[in-house]
Design a protein around this ligand. Structure first.
Ligand code: PMP
Length: 423
């Protein structure tokens, strides 16, 4: 890390990795295998971060490693249409509700940024709505009240974003139908889009009541406002068709990343054909990328999704999630500090606050961060890696075994009951 800090700000390529929210020095990782990571000193950790979501099959899954090697041997990127991107596009569009066309990009940030641009181009309106606590990547106009990486820095938004750039972004709280319908009544004909993480997983796990999402769909549709589901985390993870399938709600546009890239840099956005036709070269909304749709990333994504299909992956992941909840719930309930597990399929959040699970960023107790810090370090000392922030979720992969889940249970039990405690 000392070498890293000399040549990279904070020693990292993405800020949450720097441990600022939990203190201490980040570990430098050397390799990953299945559900485990090995650091530069040769210590092993059970990994519940999974590269923040993409590694749904675990690290270095043999089928993915083989696919990447075989594809790369025939050329990594052609700068021209390729077979793999067509196959992945066919896969995604045939399985995600209402997804007729997609465009590939190289990150979730690009996907949401471009989806918003298409929505503005298609509607001829400028204004957008997002919800506080939802993170949609780091495009300027979306860096407003945007989730844990920013929450733990105690900043509502980022320096370096001119006020004028966020003037067309309206922020609403989650879980508040009244505020939502009032705003849509008032501003409806000026709104291009409402963007939401249908399973908000960037400021804790703020599970929404289905009625809220149903109202959102109904009220946006009435007014010609495009509804964008940001499924960068939830897409092709919770169930095959993501939150859209889970809730039975079809958005106009959706954004993807993480799982669909099999551990390589991939994002995608897409939706109705009549909206996507506004994108260049068909329409006037410009969007492009040198390595977009490159063969290796597409092949890794396809191999990941096909492995999930073949191995009944979504069912097994949900079963693993249920097992984890059953293991952790009694231990957390017996803890001297308020603690509970909040879960959606293979996503989980250890919430260290009292009362019912929060459904909005405003309902989060910031003191939970103080309770999380010692728990995080106690687990890391025992060889268990959770996210270095109280408000990031944990991820399970198909490589996690019941023994890995038990090790988390045992680690939490001994950390919470240790004399120096977490209370
Ligand atoms: N949307 C959501 C819901 C995300 O969770 C993330 C990243 N965690 C992004 C967008 C941005 O993706 P990326 O980091 O690949 O730019």
């Amino acid at each position: 890390m000392a070498r890293a800090e000399r040549v990279m700000p904070g020693g990292v390529s993405s800020p949450v990795r720097a441990f600022r929210a939990v203190g201490g020095t980040p570990l430098v990782m050397r390799s990953g295998e299945g559900a485990e990571l090995e650091d530069a000193d040769g210590r092993r950790y059970v990994d519940f971060v999974c590269s923040w979501g993409p590694l749904i099959l675990g690290h270095a899954h043999p089928a993915i490693v083989r696919t990447i090697a075989e594809t790369a041997a025939r050329g990594t990127s052609f700068g021209a249409p390729g077979e793999q991107e067509v196959e992945l596009a066919e896969y995604l569009t045939s399985r995600y509700p209402g997804l007729e066309q997609v465009r590939f990009v190289s990150s979730g940030t690009e996907a949401t940024m471009s989806a918003i641009r298409v929505a503005r181009g298609a509607t001829g309106r400028d204004r957008i709505v997002k919800f506080s606590g939802c993170y949609h990547g780091h495009a300027d106009h979306l860096l407003v009240a945007a989730g844990s990486g920013l929450a733990t820095f105690g900043r509502p938004s980022s320096a370096g974003v001119p006020e004028a750039f966020v003037r067309e972004t309206i922020v609403l709280p989650l879980d508040d139908e009244q505020r939502l319908t009032d705003l849509l009544c008032r501003e409806g004909d000026r709104l291009a889009a409402v963007i939401i993480e249908p399973v908000p997983a960037n400021n804790g796990l703020l599970l929404q009541q289905p009625e809220f999402l149903i109202t959102l769909r109904r009220e946006t549709e009435k007014r010609g406002i495009l509804l964008i589901f940001d499924e960068v985390i939830s897409g092709f993870r919770l169930v095959r068709g993501g939150a859209a399938e889970l809730y039975g709600i079809t958005p106009d546009l959706a954004t993807f990343g993480k799982v669909i890239g099999g551990g390589l840099p991939v994002g995608a956005f897409g939706g109705r054909r009549d909206v996507m036709r506004h994108l260049a070269p068909l329409g006037g909304v410009y969007q492009a990328g040198t390595l977009s749709g490159n063969a290796v990333a597409m092949a890794a994504g396809l191999a990941t999704l096909r492995t999930l299909e073949r191995e009944n992956g979504w069912q097994r992941l949900n079963d693993l999630g249920r097992q984890l909840e059953a293991l952790l719930a009694p231990v957390l309930a017996a803890a001297p500090c308020p603690a509970q597990i909040v879960r959606a399929g293979s996503l989980f959040w250890i919430s260290l606050q009292a009362g019912p699970a929060p459904r909005s960023a405003e309902a989060i107790d910031p003191c939970a961060a103080d309770r999380y810090r010692p728990l995080f370090h106690a687990l890391l000392d025992r060889g268990i890696a959770l996210a270095p922030s109280a408000f990031e979720v944990g991820f399970l992969s198909l490589a996690h075994t019941p023994q890995h889940l038990e090790s988390l249970r045992d680690g939490i039990a001994s950390a919470l009951l240790a004399p120096q405690g977490v209370a």
